[in-house]
Ligand binder design. Structure first.
Ligand SMILES: *Cc1c(COP(=O)(O)O)cnc(C)c1O
Length: 302
């Protein structure tokens, strides 16, 4: 059985600032679905898993780094569906294994570590052929579900919203697959706000065209790219303080890699009047809370 997506709910955040700026801010809590297969990952995997089952594949092979929520989610979902899972992991075999990879292994995932240099060539035909020779005929899912099927799966997130009168739907962005999925599903009057967590990610629009298989740019896409806090998985004391503040004020747990940066960027943008009066903002909590286990002990109040 796959995790139950009906556990996701929408919570309204209360704050003087939002009253003063005449906006509302709600959070779609996809993190509540499951501790490991949380957030957007299960959605991005949806059509891949469906196809694997329909075509009677018994093994899924995918790619990611040591802190990849995608690997943790794939391992857990495959276990639930009785599929074997293999991960090709960026970087040589480490001395101590990350929590994320340990959890993936505990769910039966087989790990194959390759050098960063080899990993950068993972999409080459020769490399793919070698993998097929080594592991047999398995279904391959690109890193982070980056493919049109992944975006179509992410589009299903919008089905969770019953009364959809939001003016803005905001998400943290890694591969941009979730952003692309939201763009496929929202109404043309709704803005999708993407907050990249990688530094210098300038190819968002190209990615989104590829993922949505469309030839033109989306007019309802807003990219706020100044909230990466130094780059992927980088953090500052200010970010950690912000996470603790959100816990105290809203009882909202955030992860430091994605959702904290997203919400920080959204609230900072409210402060800076980037959202018009009357905006009804929905932030997608894409999960990832298990990643906080890599923070020093006692950094967080939750
Ligand atoms: C993977 C992940 C994202 C990024 O999703 P993309 O579709 O790759 O842009 C955002 N938030 C969390 C918590 C994630 O784990």
């Amino acid at each position: 059985m796959l995790p139950d997506i009906s556990k996701a709910n929408i919570e309204v955040l209360h704050d003087e600032l939002f009253i003063q700026k005449q906006v509302t801010l709600s959070v779609l809590r996809l993190d509540k679905i499951h501790p490991a297969v949380s957030g957007n990952k299960l959605f991005k995997l949806h059509y891949f898993l469906e196809e694997a089952l329909a075509s009677k594949q018994d093994t899924i092979l995918t790619f990611g780094g040591a802190y990849s929520n995608h690997l943790a989610a794939t391992a857990c979902a495959c276990k639930a569906l009785n599929l074997k899972s293999i991960a090709v992991v960026r970087g040589e075999t480490p001395v101590t294994i990350s929590h994320t990879l340990q959890e993936s292994m505990d769910n039966g995932m087989h790990l194959k570590f390759i050098s960063r240099q080899q990993f950068s060539k993972k999409d080459d035909i020769d490399f793919i052929d070698d993998l097929k020779k080594e592991f047999g005929n398995c279904m391959m899912i690109p890193e982070g579900g980056y493919a049109p099927a992944g975006a179509k799966g992410a589009a299903l997130i919008m089905d969770l919203i019953k009364y959809n009168s939001y003016s803005h739907i905001c998400t943290a962005s890694g591969t941009a697959t979730t952003t692309a999925g939201l763009l496929l599903a929202v109404k043309p009057v709704q803005m999708v706000v993407s907050l990249p967590v990688l530094k210098g990610m300038t190819d968002n629009k190209t990615r989104i065209k590829e993922l949505t298989e469309s030839s033109t740019d989306f007019k309802n896409l807003l990219i706020l790219d100044e909230y990466h806090f130094g780059g992927y998985a980088k953090k500052t004391a200010e970010l950690i303080d912000f996470m603790n503040d959100c816990w105290v004020k809203y009882r909202l747990p955030l992860d430091f890699v994605y959702t904290a940066k997203m919400l920080y960027g959204v609230i900072d943008s409210i402060q800076k009047d980037r959202f018009a009066k009357g905006s009804k903002i929905l932030c997608v909590h894409t999960g990832g809370l298990q990643g906080n286990k890599s923070l020093p002990l006692n950094s967080l109040l939750f």
